[in-house]
Design a protein around this ligand. Structure first.
Ligand SMILES: Nc1nc2c(ncn2[C@@H]2O[C@H](COP(=O)(O)OP(=O)(O)O)[C@@H](O)[C@H]2O)c(=O)[nH]1
Ligand SMILES: [Mg+2]
Length: 192
């Protein structure tokens, strides 16, 4: 009945602390950039989106970025469909962390998922990572690259529409292989 269409696409967002993971999720889902208080992780969220005329649910899994949170973070990964690897375009070290930490981690833990590289804070300056450099890195690693600003909301809709477009086909596959055992995907989660 409704069961099939309500199984959510599981999206996990990773990246260094401070790159704007939580702000991005709040800015997109609440349609407002959090100016006063940003919780360390965004709590337990499932949201509906209309893409290409169809309604999809996404469960958003926010994570704590510090590298030494790895053991906790990996608990978020099972049965994920899409992983956003986020860095701050004004802080080169956060881009380097994608290569040294986050991409190897998700390649190991999330073999079934699709990865998107996302540069946040394009409203800010000076930039330390150019669009060309990030694009090249993404294509070398078979990912698409998106630039966003959680603050101005530029690029957010394009990014999350793409999350649905690449996540939806995986949902069909996971349904086929697992029947209706999708209870674990019904809620978003925070890993802190
Ligand atoms: N200028 C600017 N600042 C941002 C943007 N996104 C987040 N921030 C700021 O970056 C800091 C860290 O954001 P937060 O969402 O807590 O990062 P997280 O640790 O990755 O979850 C906060 O001060 C945010 O206000 C953005 O798009 N532009
Ligand atoms: Mg956070």
């Amino acid at each position: 009945m409704q069961e099939e269409s309500t199984t959510p696409i599981k999206l996990v967002v990773v990246g260094d602390a401070g790159v704007g993971k939580t702000s991005t999720l709040i800015s997109y889902t609440a349609n407002s950039f959090p100016r006063e208080y940003v919780p360390r992780v965004y709590d337990n969220l499932v949201s509906s989106m209309m893409v290409d005329g169809k309604v999809y649910n996404i469960s958003f899994w926010d994570t704590a970025g510090a590298v030494d949170f790895e053991k906790i973070r990996v608990k978020c990964y099972p049965e994920s469909h899409v992983i956003i690897l986020m860095f701050d375009v004004t802080k080169k070290s956060t881009f380097d962390s994608i290569d040294s930490t986050f991409l190897p981690e998700v390649q190991k833990e999330c073999k079934q998922a699709k990865f998107l590289l996302v540069g946040n804070k394009i409203d800010n300056s000076p930039r330390q990572v150019s669009k060309e450099e990030a694009k090249k890195y993404a294509s070398r690693n078979s990912m698409e690259y998106f630039e966003i600003s959680a603050q101005s909301q530029e690029g957010l809709k394009i990014l999350f529409d793409q999350v649905v477009r690449i996540g939806a086909p995986l949902l069909v596959n996971s349904k086929q292989s697992k029947g209706s055992s999708s209870d674990s995907k019904k809620k978003g989660c925070t890993c802190q």
